[in-house]
Design a protein around this ligand. Structure first.
Ligand SMILES: Cc1ncc(COP(=O)(O)O)c(C=O)c1O
Length: 404
């Protein structure tokens, strides 16, 4: 696979920022979009914009077909057994809220326990906290060690027959840690608990097979997967989704409505009330087609090279400390520079055309754990290059000089 060809697939990567060629290292926040996705969005609005699932006319049927093809593409991408196990949502956050509200309210009672980890994104903390507060249940936290790895012995001792669900990220957006979700799922199932995996940071970087993982729920966002914003996925096992009450009421999620009684639609429509983000779903399907063409062999090889080179580069700069040293790590690298505030460093890097993220990355408990105000985070995608890393190095050295 030619990196220069890949670069031309992403029009935004060739723009300048503050007069400098863009170095985009904020893929953990959102990824850039290939032209094929941008074209699919334009095509929808210029050729067949219409509502889905309810029109007999040509345009509506065309839009419905493309939306449902996208659902199938997503099903195959994560190895789900049925396409009706793929629920479109506005994103990871919404998918987690759906499960916490619908499944949670029906299955979690006073004195039950919900288990999350010390390295969750706020969106995999707060919905569970809200549920536990409402139900009088307990939220328990799997601790991590200084390297940013979950302490599995402690996980084992926290698990009990009171544990109703374990909600855990596959890859930490701040530390880059790849969590042993397959093992976590098997251990949780042994105790009769379900598992929700937050795949926001994993789906773009490794092949996922929800059936072999045996995940009960797997959630992710389209925009971190080279697709549009405002669309994401909730995968759930058919039997579990069938048992769950609807999350929101409205059009499309019903079979019949009278003032006396409403009956609900089948999966996946039961969880898709109202007009969905049609173009978002179609765009996400295209993004996945694109990733399938690139292939995970290439993606994994490229990103592992970038991770190793960036780690070595950062370790060679005086006063730089990498936060998160897990053995199993993705191409997400947080670091701090002794004596400098991350925001100041980020501002100088931005002036040099380098987009990185600074702050707590929606993981304040991780900042508390390390007793730091925030980190500087470089998160790589397969379109990044070794030259990007060289520019980051030069940028850090410039920032250090300017701020000293
Ligand atoms: C691990 C993780 N979970 C959840 C989210 C929330 O995703 P979204 O804002 O797309 O809903 C993010 C976003 O950064 C994330 O990194």
């Amino acid at each position: 696979m030619e990196l220069t060809k890949i670069h031309t697939d992403f029009p935004l990567l060739s723009r300048k920022v503050h007069g400098k060629p863009l170095v985009y290292l904020d893929n953990g926040a959102t990824t850039q979009k290939p032209q094929i996705v941008i074209d699919a969005i334009t095509d929808y609005y210029t050729e067949y914009n219409s509502n889905i699932h309810r029109g007999v006319h040509h345009l509506s049927q065309l839009a419905t077909e493309k939306y449902e093809v996208a659902r199938k593409t997503i099903q195959q991408f994560i190895g789900a057994q049925f396409s009706h196990e793929i629920i479109f949502s506005p994103g990871t956050t919404s998918s987690i809220n759906l499960v916490a509200s619908s499944w949670g309210r029906a299955n979690v009672s006073a004195d039950d326990e919900v288990l999350i980890s010390a390295m969750e994104h706020h969106s995999n903390i707060v919905p569970w906290q809200m549920l536990c507060e409402e139900k009088g249940a307990k939220l328990k936290v799997i601790p991590m060690n200084d390297n940013g790895e979950l302490i599995m012995e402690q996980f084992e001792s926290l698990l009990s027959s009171k544990t109703k669900i374990v909600a855990i990220n596959h890859i930490s957006n701040t530390l880059g840690t790849i969590n042993p979700v397959e093992k976590i799922i098997a251990m949780a199932h042994d105790k009769g608990s379900l598992v929700l995996v937050d795949g926001a940071q994993s789906v773009a970087h490794m092949p996922i097979d929800v059936v072999s993982l045996n995940a009960d729920f797997y959630v992710f966002s389209g925009h971190k997967l080279f697709g549009p914003t405002g669309v994401g996925i909730l995968y759930g096992k058919e039997a579990i989704l069938n048992e769950m009450p609807p999350y929101q009421g409205g059009g499309d999620m019903i079979k019949s409505v009278s003032f006396e009684k409403t009956t609900y639609n089948e999966l996946p429509h039961k969880f898709e009330a109202g007009t969905p983000n049609i173009v978002g779903g179609i765009g996400l399907g295209k993004a996945i087609e694109y990733i399938n063409e690139i292939g995970f062999d290439f993606i994994i090889e490229q990103e592992s090279q970038l991770k190793n080179a960036a780690t070595k580069m950062l370790e060679s700069i005086e006063d730089v400390k990498i936060i998160g040293q897990a053995k199993q790590k993705a191409s997400v690298i947080s670091f701090a520079i002794n004596g400098f505030h991350p925001l100041d460093v980020g501002t100088i890097l931005d002036q040099l055309g380098i987009s990185i993220r600074t702050g707590h990355h929606c993981t304040q408990p991780i900042m508390d754990f390390y007793n730091i105000p925030g980190t500087i985070r470089a998160s790589f995608a397969f379109y990044n290059t070794l030259e990007d890393i060289a520019k980051l190095r030069a940028g850090i050295l410039t920032a250090k000089t300017m701020l000293s």
